[in-house]
Design a binder for this molecule. Structure first.
Ligand SMILES: N[C@@H](CCC[C@H](N)C(=O)O)C(=O)O
Length: 291
């Protein structure tokens, strides 16, 4: 049995087991990841993040080709042992971890570029958390979404942020509360690689002081219902703005069961980007024997 030293971290209640493997010598298998994330037998988390140098992984080589300064790669795994392209809460917690462990310099003035399976993402430290530029996004068709607690299937808008999302607007907060997300919502047509499904309602009034405000619950691919999904909040804001048309602002505040996240859309030379801002915390460290 090998012992693994880890740090437990969280951002708006989306929680992660983080560990360092700079030279890529300790890849975990899906069973070991599922064990670490098991809330009864293991540490308990929504995902595992391995801190590995980009040059030590084939996917990292692609990140370095995009941005030679992207020394660190976020090797992200869902609780069921499947890899994911991106994690918006995870990357803030990961940046915090790299800085706290002395593996990266504090990113207060210069951004910290981090390699992910969805490309290099720039993270900036702020006073009360971190902001990550999630980059480009695209609409990804429509699907009918059925879930326990919903009377009839509802239309959902696909949004690709490197990882796949389907966003469903509900009528009111009562409908949001009545949802039971103990199993994955079903999608028609099926999403080939699965999808994170976000259910959203507007706050009343929707726009206050130039910021649009919505509330969200999420069922994450490879995990289940979580307290928060960062890329999911960006997808929810983008979908709502798409539905609302002209007059919708570019600044959004999204309440999730685990807290509040900020999303902003802004122009760049290559087209519109979307950013995510929110807290990141390291909770405790420990060591666990891996099966
Ligand atoms: N919680 C994350 C998303 C994690 C990956 C997701 N479950 C997937 O499979 O795409 C976030 O904060 O973005």
């Amino acid at each position: 049995m090998t012992a693994l030293s880890f740090v437990k971290g969280q951002g708006t209640g989306n929680d992660f087991v983080l560990f360092s493997d700079p030279e890529g010598e300790t890849p975990l298998d899906p069973e070991q990841i599922a064990f670490l994330c098991d809330r009864r037998r293991g540490v308990g988390a929504d995902g595992v993040i391995r801190a590995v140098r980009s040059r030590a992984l084939p996917e990292g080589e692609a990140a370095l080709a995009e941005e030679p300064e992207a020394e660190w790669f976020m090797d992200y795994w869902n609780a069921d042992g499947t890899p994911a392209e991106m994690c918006g809460n995870g990357i803030r917690v990961y940046a915090h971890y790299l800085i706290a462990e002395g593996l990266a310099a504090p990113a207060r003035t210069d951004t910290l570029p981090i390699g992910t399976r969805a490309g290099v993402k720039d993270v900036l430290a702020g006073v009360s958390g971190y902001t990550v530029d999630l980059g480009r996004w695209r609409l990804d068709g429509e699907r009918l979404v059925a879930a326990d607690g919903l009377d009839v299937p509802r239309p959902g808008l696909g949004i690709d942020l490197g990882n796949p999302h389907v966003v469903v607007a509900l009528a009111d907060p009562d409908e949001l509360e009545a949802l039971r997300l103990h199993r994955p919502p079903s999608l028609e047509p099926i999403a080939e690689h699965g999808a994170n499904v976000e259910f959203v309602v507007p706050e009343d009034p929707l726009i206050r002081d130039g910021v649009a405000r919505i509330r969200m619950r999420v069922h994450e691919r490879g995990v289940g219902e979580t307290r928060s999904c960062g890329t999911g909040t960006a997808a929810a804001a983008l979908a709502f703005r798409h539905w609302g048309g002209a007059g919708m602002p570019d600044s959004w505040s999204i309440d999730v069961p685990g807290g509040r996240l900020g999303v902003r859309m802004f122009p760049t030379e290559e087209g519109e980007h979307v950013s995510l801002s929110g807290p990141a915390e390291l909770v405790y460290s420990g060591s666990i024997a891996l099966p």
